[in-house]
Write a protein that binds this ligand. Sequence first.
Ligand code: SAH
Ligand code: SF4
Length: 334
Amino acid sequence: MEAALAPQYGKYHARNLFGAVYGQGEFSPEAVPEKLRGELRAGQLREAGRYVSGDGTVRYLMELGDGKTVETVFMTEGSRDTICVSSQVGCPVDCKFCLTALMGLERNLTAGEIVGQVLHVMRRHGLAPKSRTMNIVLMGQGEPLMNLENVLKATRILVDQRGVGMGERRICLSTSGLVPKIEELGRATIRPRLAISLNASHEEQRQEVMPITKKWHLADLIEACRRFPLKPKEHIFFEYVLLRGVNDSDEDAARVVSLLEGLPAKVNLIPLNPGPGIPYETPEPGRVERFQRILMRSLLCYVRKPRGRDIYAACGQLKRMNEPEKLVRIGAGA
Ligand code: SAH
Ligand code: SF4
């Protein structure tokens, strides 16, 4: 739900409306003063599908006001809850290992639609505002830096103490590496943390798996990370999708170490989540471990556990997959 107040209304009305829309972690129409109801723009999200994984991960198919759908994922582990939200319908970036890429871009989401995904999951799972165990990652469908204005607006709404009251440090966005937009993000006063999808150890290899590198070169991307104004104790996350026989050798690991040298980096290794039409394979666990060990000599490095692969909810698998027979088939092998 969104509202654009006509000019005759002032701050007081705006605050009133904000409280009604975001205040209790959910939209409550009765709380909107009568005369302001006409200011609300329809656009509340509707749950069009819900898929529950064997590991507890839940993938939501959310229908927008215009009938288009995006995906939102809820993951819980120990006391930590993570909501993975989409920033666009589809994605215009053509990473060769990602199912979302096959959709192309349909449109940007509004700030209200980004926040709406969070509110829906909070309501569904009984998550309270101002939680210290909830994290939001902009790692669903879309390239968040291609919709930066709305992503920043959504972040400001999410951290507002009168609403969801998220800690700014608990929101993170992941990008394929749009250099000028990283600089713009760095200039924002309130902003998510930065994660870079690195996914390759040298320029040629990155151009092959992420053609966007032809426009924004790897060296310039790393430079932009070095210049990025970090807050105290802040790290930059680097994600690295491991593709068997492509970017997973010991030499690749050594090159990643030297690329990131001197950066306050944390690396998340993501063994490929497979999907139909994706021309790569997942490395053996032993290879992943060895890669991690080399990085660990000088960097913080974790292996991201695949979550919800059986329901197409894992990284790079968001493509509105809703045919149950396919879900069962991949569930058996993944
Ligand atoms: N568009 C943004 C955020 C969404 S993708 C980005 O690319 O950063 C979130 C993460 O999933 C990225 O790090 C991406 O590299 C990774 N990813 C994409 N496809 C994947 C796949 N098939 N298996 C594992 N990780 C994948
Ligand atoms: Fe888009 Fe990210 Fe998928 Fe690349 S990995 S196609 S940027 S969603």
